[in-house]
Write a protein that binds this ligand. Sequence first.
Ligand code: MN
Length: 129
Amino acid sequence: MAETENFTLKGKKILIVEDEEGNYDLLRIILKKYKPEIVWAQDGGQAIKRFKEQSFDLILMDLQLPVINGLEATREIKKIDSNIPIIAQTAYAMTEDRQKALNAGCDDYIAKPMKRLHLIEIIQKHIAQ
Ligand code: MN
């Protein structure tokens, strides 16, 4: 599988869109050793706002969010920049959720609960080096 030993996210900026603080903390802790800059958005509306204000290298998008859900936020963000990699975080191993995420414009998906290596491999696959 992917080589994670020398992998770094230093100088990369990741937008984590997640309404549950515990889930956000888990992602932040997993990513910490790779040293990305992380911005947290707690709902889909905030995600769109942050994306308009700043540039990012990758977005980790929860689907079930208050205000504007992850699918809608993905559609809006992809209208602004179709090249930004968006990885959907699907709550269950649900094929339907995955298909909806891809249809909305997500580039990939990862099922919760996150497995550290899988998350890093997916980020590595989609982030521009
Ligand atoms: Mn959620």
